[in-house]
Design a protein around this ligand. Structure first.
Ligand code: LLP
Length: 382
């Protein structure tokens, strides 16, 4: 991400999210190039970043959307996505959210339990509609990512376990107000090793064969999202490894004629095009530590406090050659409001602008008003 334009960055009150739209467009272009000629459809996971300007870019690139709430359905409609391009997932869909999806004729409900399937069928019957559904399978594959963002193991709340899958597929297949499109998987997030995706292909092929033996075939397979990004070297690797990722599925899945594969990518599309820009409020020295206190905190970017994750920290405006070691913290009344410990930065002073990189995904979308702070604003580099 290019952050050299200090005039641009100084123009706005901090903290704010700064998005590099050319990088986002390049990323979307790479995705479209990699899937060209394959029956692959990419849905952007709006939970990663629902900013309307971002949604507009994603729509212009022709991607669909993966949604997890009624309000995300509304945001996607407002951004101009076609209902047929929408998949709606989530373990807890409220009746009004299901109704919103049905009213608008969304492309697919990703169903997470037998009870949810029954409720969707009932609501669809009452509304005189047919719900297109995919059943989310919990494939029991460990993605070896952070325990808070791994989803595909038997210990997670997500999906239908393999033991009860036959029964639920059979049920969905025969329901009057449900049309079963296929199966849905999602292993977890920030997966950088392709191994788990390879295992997912093996598991998917097994299941396709298993159901074909029962005369059940699927039009669609949704393999979820989860491709990781390089948080350590974002400038060197601004675009995720889409080629490697799609290759796994191009070679690994034994698709039947007419079958379509859906992907739900969030982080890999938007993480690197966003940075949280903050100003240094104070530099405080104690007998053992030197703190840089920013005007951005965990209310603006929760990931470090919640997952212990690290975003690369750059002092954008210091001209010092000398470096010092700092703990970089936010202003919030919580000890976990820390962005980095023992960070080596050029000598840093009050008023310097600091960027937290790779913050485009799960940054702005997870921000809150904790401590009655204002939500961070957003600005866009063209
Ligand atoms: N599909 C489903 C069913 C999901 O649950 C998720 C993310 C995605 C797709 C998109 O995954 P991605 O491609 O972005 O990895 N807040 C956490 C990440 C939570 C991910 C939740 N599910 C973080 O900041 O690391």
């Amino acid at each position: 991400m290019k952050l050299q334009d200090h005039d641009f960055l100084r123009r706005y009150p901090t903290p704010f999210y700064c998005y590099d739209l050319p990088l986002l467009r390049d990323t979307l272009q790479v995705i479209n190039k990699e899937i060209e000629g394959y029956p692959f459809v990419v849905h952007y996971a709006v939970k990663a970043n629902g900013n309307p300007v971002i949604l507009n870019e994603v729509r212009k690139a022709g991607l669909g959307v993966d949604l997890v709430s009624g309000n995300e359905i509304k945001a996607a409609l407002a951004a101009g996505f076609e209902p047929g391009q929408m998949a709606y997932a989530g373990v807890g869909k409220a009746d009004w959210e299901i109704e919103t999806g049905l009213e608008n004729g969304i492309g697919c409900f990703n169903v997470e339990s037998e009870e949810e399937l029954e409720v969707i069928n009932d609501i669809a019957a009452r509304m005189g509609r047919t719900a297109q559904v995919a059943l989310r399978v919990n494939p029991d594959i460990d993605a070896h990512t952070h325990s808070y963002i791994t989803t595909g193991t038997a210990a997670n709340k997500f999906g239908i376990g393999l033991a009860s899958l036959d029964e639920v597929v059979d049920k969905a297949w025969h329901m009057p107000n449900v049309h079963l499109l296929g199966l849905h998987f999602h292993l977890g997030s920030q997966i950088t090793d392709m191994g788990p995706f390879e295992l997912l292909c093996v598991k998917t092929n097994e299941l396709l064969r298993h159901f074909e033996d029962k005369d059940i075939s699927f039009e669609m397979i949704d393999v979820g999202g989860g491709l990781g990004v390089d948080y350590d070297n974002p400038q060197a690797n601004p675009i995720a490894k889409f080629r490697e990722f799609f290759e796994v599925f191009k070679h690994g899945l034994e698709l039947r004629p007419g079958q379509v594969v859906h992907f739900e990518l969030g982080r890999s599309i938007v993480a690197q095009c966003g940075a949280l820009i903050s100003k240094v409020l104070f530099v405080k020295e104690t007998p053992t530590k030197r703190f840089v206190i920013l005007d951005a905190g965990m209310s603006d970017l929760l990931r470090p406090a919640l997952y212990g994750s690290h975003h690369k920290i750059v002092n954008l405006t210091s001209c010092e050659m000398e470096t010092l070691v700092y703990d970089v913290v936010g202003p919030i009344c919580e000890s976990s409001d820390v962005f980095g410990r023992d960070e080596r930065l050029p000598v840093t002073r009050r008023g310097d602008l600091v960027a937290l990189l790779s913050a485009g995904a799960y940054g702005e979308s997870m921000s809150s008003t904790y401590n009655m702070r204002s939500l961070p604003s957003s600005h866009f580099m063209e």
